[in-house]
Design a protein around this ligand. Sequence first.
Ligand code: IPM
Ligand code: MG
Length: 372
Amino acid sequence: MSTIESAVQQFRTLLEEQRARAEAMLNAAPPKDFTKLDRVVVGVIDGDGIGPIISAQSTRVLEALLKEDIAAGRIVLKPIRGLTIENRLAKGQAVPDDVLAEVRTCDVLLKGPTETPKGGTMESANVTLRRELDLYANVRPVAVPDQDIDWIFFRENTEGEYVLGSRGVELPGELCMDFKVTTVPGTKRIARAAFEYAKNNGKTSVAIVTKANIMKKTDGRFSEICHEIAADYPGIEAEDWYIDIMTAKLVDPRVRSRFQVFLLPNLYGDIITDEAAQLQGGVGTAGSANLGDQYAMFEAIHGSAPRMIETGRGDYANPSSLLRAAGMLLRHIARADRAALLDEALDAVPHDGDTAKGFADRLIAWIEAKHD
Ligand code: IPM
Ligand code: MG
């Protein structure tokens, strides 16, 4: 078979699979109410590089915060092992089957960073988990109160450039193509999540960020569908922005404080949330929620920082980002008071270039003093 023929065949398979995925979304089970669980199983995945270090220290802080809930069996912190780069490469799976089975026994996950091999065909573990657990809303808050910045990003998390990112086609030695996917139900559900958030939190505007002038099919449709959903939310303005000018506006102090909620496809959301986090103090300071109807996963927005490990500075990794994510997790399972205490501790206790353990010790001491 010619290479064109086999590429075309591959494309047909991809189209059929994506159509089936969109159909499955329409028949999805009713959402689970995470605020009403009698017993919440929190899977703790430590990951690679600095992951085990920041994960161990975040777990200690969570144990201090949730002492009573854990003692009463209302919350279980369950370590999930095996999502390491070594095990993933040995098994040839982005998320090995036995690890995924363990993950599925949990309600929510707190995940340390995992290494993503560049090139090759091995998918990122993040992308696999987001897809397998259908975690369609990547929610990332960024706040810089003294600059009047209070943003929240709703990044579509299961399609766009990511869903087929490891399955592009190639005519070897000639050319290659990757695919970007926008489905109608996939866009509706992320748009709904963003506008519901806006409505429930007194926000008056949602910025829909695309490159619809260039990516006419995918981003064009994304924007249209977001406006259709916006029509159900009178009083909330839906504004169209292009991603390039938006990256500029985020660093324009005269304009940026007017933005409230951002709604955007996967890759733009990936890029711009790093930029936004940098304004807040760096990617080490920002938490991230991956929300689905049946599961939710909370993680740092940064990677596994292999350079810190290579240069022997791993113990000094800052667990703040994972702890901010833990705060989002606590709110998701109706422990808002614990989340507020954690946020207060993170605001009150300076990191000061300490080791992860030293920092956690000081946070725990602060929490325990407050508790007594
Ligand atoms: C993120 C990360 C991931 C992404 C990587 C690790 C796959 O950058 O969560 O923003 O690109 O989504
Ligand atoms: Mg990213």
